[in-house]
Structures are given as C-alpha cells and as structure tokens.
Design a protein. Structure first.
Lengths: 599, 265
C-alpha cells in the first residue's frame, strides 16, 4: 500500500484534467483547491466534508471520527447504516493530498449509501469471496455514481496504481482488478482480470441490482480459489486507500448485535474473516459505557452556596435553608443524540430562523427617519430652512428608537429528577429523552445564532443536598463534550426547584448582558422527600422566580408535562410557561419565547 | 401617452414550464390579483415581463424595501416655487392609466405599507388618496401582481393573512434539469452540453439549501456563469466567480462547493 505514496496525484491535490468528452468548454483544473485550504486532518476538514457530501447527494452525511486502531494498521473509512467513520488522519497524505483523499473517501462511502442495497448475508462465504464481492460492489456503486457525476472519476482514479507483477498474489490481483474495473482503458494482461472485466461490463444494464456483485464476485472467488493463491483474510486491507473497509456491506450472522447495526458505532476498519466468531470490536469507545449521573461517592460533590427558602405558612424566608452542591456531570454516549439531531435538521433550521432575527438589546436612536415618534430637531430645522429658501425639503425629519443589535445571555436549567423517567402520555417517549433532545436542539440553535449560553441541570436529595451539574459553561464552545454530558443525564432524586433557580439566577446576574434569560425545562411538580406539603415548594419557586424578575432576569419555563399547567403557571406566571409535548413543537415554542422576550 | 415608456417592445424570452401562461391569462381576464411565489432568480420577473408583452400592457415595477412608505407607492405632495404640487406614485400611475403594477418582493415592505393595496384587490378596485382627498377608481386595464419569496427563514417576516387572501398564487421553482439547461443555453448562448453541465453544478449547490446555504444557485446565476463561459472564461473560474463566491463567505462551504463542482465535470 505504500506504493500509493508515488501516486500520480498532482502536487496540489487537484483533480486531473477533465475528460475530453466534455470538450469545448475548457479544461477543468482545480488549481483553486489550495486556495480554499482546510488542512489534512479530519477535525479541520469535517465541516467541509459534510458540505461536500450534502452538495453531491443532497443528504447530509453523518460523520464521526473513528477510534484509533490499536495495532496501528493502515486505517480506512468505515460505515454502518448512515454513520460514516473516518480516520483522524490518513498517514502519508498531508496538505492538499490529505484533503483530496478525504473527499475521495467520503464520495466513495456515499456512493455505497446512495446506490447500495441491503447488507449481503455473509453466510458461509469464505473471506476471499467476501473481499471479492465487496470489490465488485465498490466498482458497481462507483460506476453508478459516475453516471450522474462523471468528475468523481478524477477523485478516485489517481489512487489506482496497481501494475502487473511477476509473481501475483491474491492481494495484488485484487488491487489490479479494482483498477481494471474503474479505468476501463487500462490494459492488464491477466486472463482472470480480463474475465472479471467482461463479466462486470456485460452486467452493465443490471448494475442497479446489487445481486450482480454477489454473483460476479462469487464466480471470481471460485476461479481465484482454483489458482491456489494464498489469501490472508486477517491481514487483508482494502485497496486503494480511499475505499472503505466494506464492513457496512455485510451482515455477519451469529453476531447477535445485528438489530443494532443501524445506529451502533461501527467496528474498526479491518475485514474480519467469517470464522463463526463475532467480529472483534477492539477497544470500546471511551464514552460508550453510560455512567450514572450521580457519582456513588458523595464526597465528589462540592457544596458551593446556601440559599434561603420561602415558607408560605409563616410568610417568611428561612435563611440559609438549602445547600447547593455541585457535582461533576457524567459522560454519556452522544452518538444516538447526534443521530437524532441529524434527523431533526429541518427543525434546527427553523429554530435558527426564529431565534436569529430577534433583536434583543438596548434600543438605539435612529436619526433622519421618514417616520417616528419624535422630531429630529436638526433635520426639522434643515427642512424648514429648505422650505423657506424654495428647495425641496427632505421629508425624513423624525427620530425613533429601535433595537438593532443582540445582547443576550441564556441559561438553560434542566430538571434531572427521577420523575423525568416517566413516559409522556402523548408520545410514549421518556420525558428525560425529550428534555435532553430539546436542550440539545436549543443549544445548537443558540450556538448557531451566536448567543452566549450555559446549560445546567439539577436534582435534589433533601434540603442539604441540592445537586447542580454544569453541563456547559458560558465561555465554553458548545461541542461534543457538552453533548456527552447532556446524554449522560439520568433522572434521579427529587425536584427542589427553588434553590436551583436562585443559584442559576445568581450565575446569570454576574453576566454583563442587556437581557438575561433563565430558561427552565421541567416535567413536573416540585417535590422532595423531606416535604409533605405540596404547596410549599411551588410557593418557594414562585418566590424565587419573582425575586429574579425583580433583578431583571427573565425566567421562562418549558413544561414537558401537559398536565402541569396549574402549578407551572403558579410558579412562573401563565405568560412565561410554554408547553412542549413533542419535539416538533419546539420551533413554535422558541418563536413564542422570542416574541414574548422582544415585546 | 404617459406610460409609453412602460410598454415592452421586444418579446422577452420565457420558456413555459407548466400551464402558468394560461393561468395568468385567465386571472388577468378576470382582473384577479396575482401573487408569483418562488425563490430568487427562478424567472418571476421575466415571466411578468413576458406576460406584459404578450398582453400588450404597460408594466410599472416597484422594488419593495423596508423603508418604503405608503406615500412612496401612492404619491405625495412636493413643493415647488408656487406652493405644493401632487405627484402620483407608481401605484397611482398604474391605477389611473390601466397598467400592470408589479410589486417585487412584497414581503420586504412594511405591513402598514402593504395594506394600501387592499381596496384595490377586492371588487371595489379603488385607491383612496387620503392626503389629496381623492378617490381614484381603477382603470379597467389595471392589474395588480406581486412577487413573494417564501423562504422558510422568514417566519417573522410574512405577509398579513388579510393580504395573502386577496390573491391567486402561481408557484415558480427551478425548472426540471432539461428545461433549465435549455433556458441557460438560450440565455447565455452556449451549447446544450455546457448548459447541462452548469445545471448539474447548480443542483449541487441547491442540495446545500438549508445545510449552510440560505438558497442554492439560481437559474439566473447559472446564466451568468454561462455568459462568462461564452466570453471565453474557463469553466473553473466561471463557476467560482458566478456561482460560488457570491453565495457564501464561509471558506469551508466554498471549498466544498469547489470540490463538488470538480465532481460534476
């Protein structure tokens, strides 16, 4: 595979000159590739790759970085269902070459996703047959993709460099076959390759049917078997480098985890022989095991503040009654969450569309306006002078105040209590899942809109242990870590909401923004095991919300429980409670929220 | 004749994609106000110019913007040496003399401005000039047409329900690939292969609509790229300056679009 370092890839990573078939419209030279840069690592290229994939196929690719291969082998891309795993880097490819390789690899995987069929059952196929069928399938989807987008050939062909050798091995023959199928004008003297090529191109009218790959690959596997060529299924690496490991094409029976194969994180990039054992999954990803939100060790929490609590019976606050304890949030698997957000892409776009245009800031005076509440004295004088001297006066003689900028801090406070484990009577979905989904969607929309925001979660275990989790800080960019912490939320303990409100408000009070928004997402009635009076915590929360409003903090509540109207209205005020029972309602809710915030 | 400059002398090229011409003619015959909906650069303005030519009508076009006031549409008193003199606005001109009044991008105008068209769009067909104390009855030939770009990003910027419900609407989109290629080839004067290629490239950028781009490359942009090709510019440079650089400032998007263009050739 190291021969690939000598590929005929141009220095700047540009695709080669255009197919003369399109003559008359000029040579295509992508010399501008270097101009747009982007680096050669997956993390720097990720956005660009996502855009590239979307532009080509109209469907945003779901890209993830693959865990490092423990044996340090040459890595390949991989896919499983819609998830595409790319290596963090391609060793030996730097600068524009690296970028070119990532583009080629992504285009190849997307050709599979677009033109491939269901997974092939591996059944009792030999590793060599699996490799060959995969190879034919690779060529089939590439040819289908090139029908619509002929330029894709320029992305792929430079990597096909296998030449005839004196003593062919199974691996070298396969690499040559791959080249012969993708570059039909490339001459190869081998009889087996000639036969393969004939079979493959004879099937051209039926290329749309993946079963042909299975048939042709099976036939070729028998021939190759009769040549008595060694094939090491364990060490086999798919060539050339831009092709994926073909794991996503196969359905290995007896693995037991096939049910999850659409959403599961795929296996490392190596073709496993079908020896009856389930494919080895290598080291599990770091974040795979879901840890409970609450550390077992109570000392892991740090008490950070004491807050009073309002007792409605005595009509007075009990000083220093509750203790707020901060805990490290657990990390969960953000994979399913990312998949969900991916599906809700249109919702996100609608939310950004709602949030972004809202103007929330101090209003500024606009002078020389055609209409307004007051005269702009200077303009009015000029106009009068013009009038007296017989000139046409400028009619724009008013001033008005308008909000033009945006200056807003948002704190999302999530209810992490046990009751969120209940299922919603409307959708049957777990309330906590809806809450996490809503928070993640809001967070992405806020991030896109450029608002400063933080995410906190709380639950409580009596008055001296109100637990507070920092999911995301104001200064921290919203990214994978914050989403892992979100996904790690587990509904536990009770809902002593007043203390959490007071602390979140104290955090917001320190922000220097024109408007400060505390957005509480909760499912239900506040409760704690040391409180029997149902009204007590409701009244306390109401007291806390009022105090925050006095300090200029807008407190809004998104209620996930359709029946919670009474006490939510009591706590926050009817105008400040919005109900969301399905995630699809979130954009409407965001619109209502921002309208109430700006009027 | 006052509106003689507003007649369209030569036939503007328009390639029908459906029954929009028949529908418009029927709406015109009944003088029903018409709303042309569709993304930018898909041929709304060209269509109305073509119809004005076909029906042999003068057309008064107003590009709406958010600082536009009702008097910009209707008219205002101006000062001259002897006092004040009334000056008809474009809408009033069209109403008096029986032209097609085309209000382009009507959502850009403020809602209090938009309501002045209400009395013109029902069976009353009148335009009250409040400041002048005059009630202008519409000429029999007057026809009101507005255009409207229903982007999903404009949830907060929409027509009032009472305005919407006065219109018939004809929906425009980017035409089918073959038809669009025919249009690009005709307008830019390039060969059918090059035009088809430009349309394939355009579809790549339309795929990014809502995924980074607010709108993909319009037919108008494809025609621009074609005209540059015709002028001898290389395809790569033509796509870059006509299709990629104008629509985004994001370097990742530009890089991706450039790579996607390479995949089409």
């Amino acid at each position: 595979m190291h021969a690939l370092r000598n590929t005929r890839l141009p220095e700047d990573g540009a695709a080669p000159a255009a197919n003369p078939a399109h003559g008359g419209i000029g040579r295509w030279e992508v010399s501008s590739f270097a101009r747009f840069g982007g680096g050669d690592r997956f993390d720097t290229l990720e956005r660009q790759l996502a855009y590239f994939g979307t532009a080509l196929w109209g469907l945003a690719p779901l890209l993830r970085v693959a865990a490092a291969d423990p044996d340090g082998g040459q890595r390949r891309t991989s896919f499983s269902g819609p998830t595409i795993l790319a290596p963090a880097t391609f060793r030996g490819y730097s600068g524009a070459q690296g970028r070119h390789l990532y583009l080629a690899a992504l285009a190849h995987v997307q050709a599979h996703l677009h033109h491939g069929g269901r997974r092939f059952p591996a059944g009792s196929l030999k590793p060599m047959q699996i490799a060959l069928i995969s190879l034919i399938e690779d060529a089939r989807v590439e040819h289908l993709a090139m029908r619509g987008l002929p330029g894709l050939g320029h992305y792929w062909q430079p990597y096909h460099v296998a030449e005839p050798t004196a003593s062919p091995t199974a691996a070298s023959l396969m690499a040559r076959l791959a080249r012969a199928l993708i570059a039909p004008d490339h001459a190869d003297p081998d009889g087996w390759i000639a036969k393969a090529r004939r079979l493959f191109f004879e099937a051209e009218p039926e290329w749309h049917d993946p079963a042909n790959s299975r048939r042709i690959g099976g036939l070729l596997g028998n021939d190759l078997g009769q040549m008595r060529l060694q094939f090491d299924g364990l060490r086999h690496v798919v060539e050339p480098v831009y092709r994926d490991d073909n794991k996503g094409l196969w359905h290995f029976e007896r693995t037991g985890d096939e049910a999850a194969d659409d959403d599961a994180l795929p296996l490392p990039a190596r073709l496993e022989p079908d020896d009856g054992k389930p494919p080895q999954s290598g080291s599990p990803p770091d974040d795979a095991d879901k840890v409970r939100l609450t550390p077992i060790d109570p000392e892991a929490g740090i008490p950070i503040a004491r807050y009073p609590e309002w007792d409605h019976l005595i009509g007075a606050a009990r000083l220093d009654w509750t203790t707020l304890v901060e805990y490290q949030p657990a990390l969960g698997d953000a994979g399913p969450l990312a998949l969900l957000l991916h599906r809700h892409h249109a919702l996100l776009e609608r939310m950004v569309g709602v949030i972004q245009p809202a103007r929330i800031s101090r209003s500024t005076r606009l002078r020389r306006q055609p209409d307004g509440e007051e005269f702009d004295l200077d303009a009015a004088l000029t106009a009068t002078i013009d009038q007296r001297t017989g000139l046409t006066p400028d009619p724009r003689i008013y001033t008005r105040f308008e909000r033009r900028m945006r200056d807003l801090s948002v704190l999302l406070l999530l209810d992490g209590s046990r009751s969120t484990n209940d299922r919603s009577p409307v959708s049957g979905q777990r309330v906590l899942d809806l809450e996490i989904e809503a928070a993640a969607l809001l967070a992405r929309a806020l991030e896109r809109s450029g608002d400063l925001f933080a995410i906190r979660a709380f639950c409580s275990n009596k008055r001296d242990d109100v637990r507070y989790y920092r999911i995301k800080d104001f200064a921290e960019p919203h990214g994978a870590l914050a989403e892992q912490r979100l996904a790690g939320l587990a509904g536990e303990y009770s809902t002593r909401i007043g203390a959490a409100l007071r602390h979140a408000g104290a955090e917001l009070a320190l922000r220097q923004s024109y408007r400060k928004l505390l957005l509480v997402i909760t499912d239900g009635e506040p409760s704690d095991i040391d409180i029997a009076d149902r009204k007590y915590l409701v009244e306390d929360a109401r007291h806390a919300a009022h105090a925050l409003a006095r300090d200029g903090i807008d407190v809004f509540c998104i209620g996930l429980d359709g029946e919670g109207e009474n006490y939510l209205h009591r706590m926050f005020g009817a105008r400040r409670v919005l109900h969301v029972d399905r995630i699809e309602k979130l954009p409407e809710c965001a619109a209502a929220l921002y309208v109430r915030l700006t009027t | 004749m006052i509106l003689s400059d507003h007649y369209i002398a030569d036939e503007p090229y328009y390639r029908p994609v459906g029954d929009e011409i028949t529908l418009f003619e029927a709406a015109y015959a009944m003088r029903l106000p018409v709303m042309l909906k569709g993304p930018t650069g898909c041929g709304k303005t060209r269509f109305i110019e073509h119809m004005a030519w076909k029906l042999n009508k003068p057309i008064v076009t107003v590009a709406c913007h958010e600082d536009m006031t009702a008097s910009d549409l209707v008219g205002r008193f101006l000062l001259d040496a002897n006092g004040t003199i009334w000056h008809d606005g474009p809408l009033c001109l069209a109403v008096r003399h029986g032209a097609i009044c085309y209000l382009d991008e009507i959502v850009e105008a403020r809602q209090d401005t938009t309501v002045v068209i209400h009395p013109l769009t029902d069976e009353r067909r009148i335009l009250p000039l409040e400041k002048k104390g005059e009630l202008v009855r519409a000429h029999a030939g007057f026809h009101l047409v507005i255009s409207y770009n229903p982007g999903y990003q404009s949830i907060l910027k929409d027509l009032k329900e009472s305005t919407k419900q006065r219109f018939c609407a004809i929906e425009f989109g980017y035409p089918e690939a073959e038809v669009e290629a025919e249009i690009v080839a005709h307008e830019a004067g390039i060969g059918p292969d090059a035009a088809a290629l430009l349309v394939t490239i355009g579809e790549r950028s339309r795929n990014l609509r809502g995924h980074g781009l607010a709108e993909g490359a319009s037919t108008r942009m494809l025609i621009h790229a074609g005209q540059l090709l015709k002028h001898g510019i290389q395809l790569e440079a033509a796509c870059r300056i006509a299709l990629i650089l104008p629509i985004t400032d994001d370097t990742d998007l530009r890089g991706a679009l450039c790579a996607a263009v390479a995949a089409c050739v």
